[in-house]
Design a binder for this molecule. Structure first.
Ligand code: DSN
Length: 425
């Protein structure tokens, strides 16, 4: 067959963009060559509806092996009693959990989207907001930290069936213990979506949600540095409280209900090539090199946040406990939107994303903030000493935002610097 040069030329351009740019999108990373290789493997040819040992298709003996390996490694990584590695994405992992725990119209509570929450935690355009009734807790305006007292007040008043910890743009650790106490007061389930900080949690650098939450979801491609996908975990399995039984009348475990929530609840055939790559990534995450990587991600984020603060930027919550930071541009540059900065930085081969900040006066299309993360640049080998250099590039562009003549100079320096750092860990 004739090679599709059109597509492969585009892939070449994307490879060049990734290699020579500074990647600061907090949810992105660079996978290893063996993750990439297994993801692009012949496992994509196989249908395997069901779970290892219980499939609806023949010929599943080898996908059973990789899927079981992925499950076993993931359980070891988080000290979990049960894991499902089939969700195609974090949003689908969340969807499967909601389908299992909630009925249409049920109330659940998550972090307000404009305060760092995620689309799948109750946006009115997402199934979570269309099928269920979301209510929100927020961060405090003066500290930028989740207001657990308000969370408790709202929970006691509105009695959500499910309380959800987790965010897309929140730089502080979570008090899962307090959240479980709140959930227990009203008989709610507690769920954590750890899509962003999963890797930091896995190596013990942040609080462990599995100790306190009934169920935990995550993506696999952010700090975990695996292929694009989702997972569901439970620290401890338990009998379902809905009275659901097997045909033999035995009460079903929650693990069985969550498995059904993923397949056949919301998905058909699992992506076994991606699951093979998840197995590889979880194996990598169990190594000491990965732990050192996570420690460096956190150090880099701390140094970078401090470098922004030294230049007079307002970093929400005055710093970070994890891999990301949220910058509110309004005190230093009240006229400049996040959108404008994102666009200008892209021209200089620096990739960040515009982001709403808590109590933002602008729309999600404009925003007053930037979200910046260190997982990808740390994979490239960057250390503390490189963080002020990056902050300097960003500050130069923002401080002279209308000066397009400045861009080629910054871009040249960015490209020269990144040419020194290899793509694969
Ligand atoms: N989780 C989002 C992000 O943080 O970029 C993508 O859905």
């Amino acid at each position: 067959m004739k090679r599709d040069s059109l597509v492969f030329e585009i892939l070449e351009k994307e490879a060049k963009r990734q290699k020579y740019g500074i990647e600061l999108i907090a949810s992105e990373n660079f996978v290893s060559d063996q993750v990439l290789e297994s993801m692009g493997s012949i496992m994509t040819n196989k249908y395997a509806e069901g779970y290892p040992g219980k499939r609806y298709y023949g010929g599943c003996q080898h996908v059973d092996e990789t899927e079981q390996l992925a499950i076993d490694r993931l359980k070891e990584l988080f000290g979990a009693e049960w894991a499902n590695v089939q969700p195609h994405s974090g949003a689908q992992a969340n969807m499967a959990v909601f389908l299992t725990l909630l009925k249409p119209g049920d109330v659940f509570m998550g972090l307000d989207l404009s305060h760092g929450g995620h689309l799948s935690h109750g946006s009115h355009v997402n199934s979570s907001g269309i099928l269920y009734k979301p209510i929100a807790y927020k961060v405090k305006e003066d500290t930028g930290i989740v207001d657990y007292d308000e969370m408790e007040e709202v929970a006691l008043r509105d009695k959500p069936k499910l309380i959800l910890a987790g965010a897309s743009a929140y730089s502080r650790d979570w008090d899962y213990k307090r959240m479980r106490e709140i959930a227990d007061k009203i008989g709610a389930f507690l769920m954590a979506d750890i899509a962003h900080p999963a890797g930091l949690i896995a190596v013990g650098l942040l609080n462990d949600p599995l100790k306190y939450c009934h169920v935990v979801t995550s993506t696999t491609h952010k700090t975990l540095r695996g292929p694009r996908g989702g997972i569901i975990l439970m620290g401890q399995d338990f009998d379902n409280p809905f009275g659901k039984t097997t045909p033999k009348g035995v009460i079903r475990k929650m693990s069985s209900l969550f498995n059904s929530g993923v397949f056949p609840g919301i998905q058909g055939g699992p992506l076994e090539h991606v699951i093979a790559a998840k197995a590889v990534a979880f194996g990598e995450a169990l190594t000491k090199e990965y732990k050192y990587y996570m420690i460096q991600v956190k150090k880099n984020a701390e140094v970078m946040a401090n470098a922004f603060i030294e230049k007079g930027y307002h970093v929400i919550s005055d710093g970070t406990d994890n891999h990301l930071m949220l910058i509110d541009l309004r005190n230093k540059f009240p006229e400049i939107t996040g959108r404008k900065v994102e666009n200008m930085l892209v021209l200089a081969d620096i990739t960040v994303n515009k982001n709403m900040v808590p109590f933002d006066s602008r729309s999600p299309f404009q925003t007053s903030g930037l979200r910046i993360g260190t997982p990808a640049i740390t994979t490239r080998g960057m250390k503390e000493e490189h963080m002020p250099v990056i902050v300097d590039f960003i500050d130069q562009v923002i401080s002279d935002i209308e000066n397009e003549d400045l861009i080629p100079k910054v871009r040249k320096e960015v490209n020269e610097m990144m040419g020194e750092f290899p793509m694969f860990a």
